[in-house]
Design a protein around this ligand. Structure first.
Ligand SMILES: Cc1ncc(COP(=O)(O)O)c(C=O)c1O
Length: 378
């Protein structure tokens, strides 16, 4: 049974991920835990040299090179480099905290995509912001005027979304940005899972800038590469954003480790070769393992057929995720219940689980076989 100090219904997703950290069969957190590729292993073999380089090179140069390599890898040629340069943070959650603290100086409400990873609503609520749910279907199609409620100061969209993998198209982003401009609402994006899906590699910054809206984007190097959580979150914002972002950044940090910046640059360069395509093939194979292993389990389905991100939702049919989660836990297998992703209405996630795909295929296969046995018994 779940540890006595933690109740499944009230635990946040990170608490549940923490339980899984020491298990071989951890398919809970969305961190990258696959094996290093040969190219990545070569970078790790050169870490002492990289450390020496980071120690002597000016931080501004390292930061500029890391940003350029990462943003260009993601197709984001128009990222800001002028008077409002991108701010490097220890993690994307830190960028999120800076955004939340900035927003609350100007507004009391945010419209937030629903469902999404629960630390986003938790951070926004943590500074006292009121949240209005923004459902994915109306966000992606139909009349946008009702999607942007009149009484909020910001629209927050995770794209690709976690856990559904849905991606805002270029056309839809342009429409949403125009609507935000009309209503003078900040448009904030979390693109932490962008690296997995080339459909989100169009130049978002060009679209946002062309609209004239006030915008903020949180990028993340942390979901892609198995760097043992050596990562940065990147906080980009428009010159006209009207929020005290650099001031609040400086209330929290001076900057990130130059060593990690140098590492990010090297991993991004490696990915710009064949590395990113290899990673996409790896995740596609992980997804195939999950879907084929569970294919004939009665009632089970996969609600996100087009998803390319490194997590996969499994619809459990009539089964409750709390029961399945507990039975998996008894077998030392850890996945995430989807309840907490539905921050505005947890009951909507009651019948699904999320499986992390960025795992060695042997571990993933073993975990999903256990899941299959549990499902067949329920
Ligand atoms: C969409 C999204 N944004 C941000 C985060 C936070 O990332 P980190 O823990 O690296 O700060 C997560 C974590 O999984 C996430 O899913």
């Amino acid at each position: 049974m779940i540890e006595s100090t933690l109740r499944l219904s009230t635990a946040n997703l990170t608490e549940l991920e923490h339980l899984a950290l020491n298990s071989e069969l951890n398919v809970a957190d969305g961190h990258a835990r696959q094996q290093l590729s040969e190219g990545q292993q070569r970078i790790i073999d050169e870490l002492p040299t990289l450390f020496e380089k980071a120690a002597v090179q000016p931080v501004a140069d390292l930061e500029r090179d890391a940003h350029r390599a990462f943003f260009h890898l993601m197709g984001q040629q128009s990222y800001p480099i002028g008077p409002n340069p991108v701010l490097s943070c220890y993690a994307s959650s830190v960028a999120m905290e800076i955004l939340a603290r900035s927003l609350v100086t100007k507004t009391d409400a945010v419209a937030l995509i629903h469902p999404t990873f629960d630390n986003i609503p938790d951070i926004l609520r943590g500074v006292g912001l009121r949240l209005v749910p923004l459902e994915e279907d109306p966000l992606h199609a139909g009349d946008l005027s009702s999607v942007v409620p009149p009484d909020v100061g910001c629209i927050f969209v995770t794209t690709p979304n976690n856990p559904t993998g849905r991606v805002l198209t270029r056309e839809r982003l342009a429409e949403l940005a125009a609507e935000c401009r009309r209503k003078d609402v900040v448009l904030a994006l979390d693109t932490s899972f962008r690296g997995f899906d080339t459909r989100s590699h169009y130049d978002h910054y060009a679209v946002l800038e062309a609209s004239g809206c006030r915008w903020v984007v949180i990028e993340d190097t942390g979901k892609l590469w198995p760097t043992l959580d050596l990562k940065v979150g990147l906080l980009a914002y428009s010159e006209n954003v009207g929020l005290p972002i650099p001031k609040i950044y400086s209330d929290i940090l001076l900057g990130v480790s130059p060593f990690i910046l140098a590492l990010v640059e090297r991993f991004a360069e490696d990915a710009a070769g064949d590395g990113l395509a290899d990673l996409h093939a790896f995740v596609a194979e992980s997804r195939r393992i999950v879907r084929t292993t569970l294919a004939d389990v009665p009632g089970v389905s996969f609600p996100d057929p087009d998803s390319r991100v490194s997590v996969e939702r499994v619809d459990l049919g009539g089964r409750r995720c709390a029961d399945v989660w507990s039975a998996l836990h008894e077998r030392q297998v850890y996945a995430l219940p989807c309840t907490q992703f539905h921050w505005a209405d947890p009951s909507l996630g009651d019948r699904s689980l999320r499986i992390a795909l960025a795992r060695p295929h042997t571990s993933l296969r073993a975990a999903v076989r256990e899941l299959r046995a549990v499902l067949l018994a329920h």
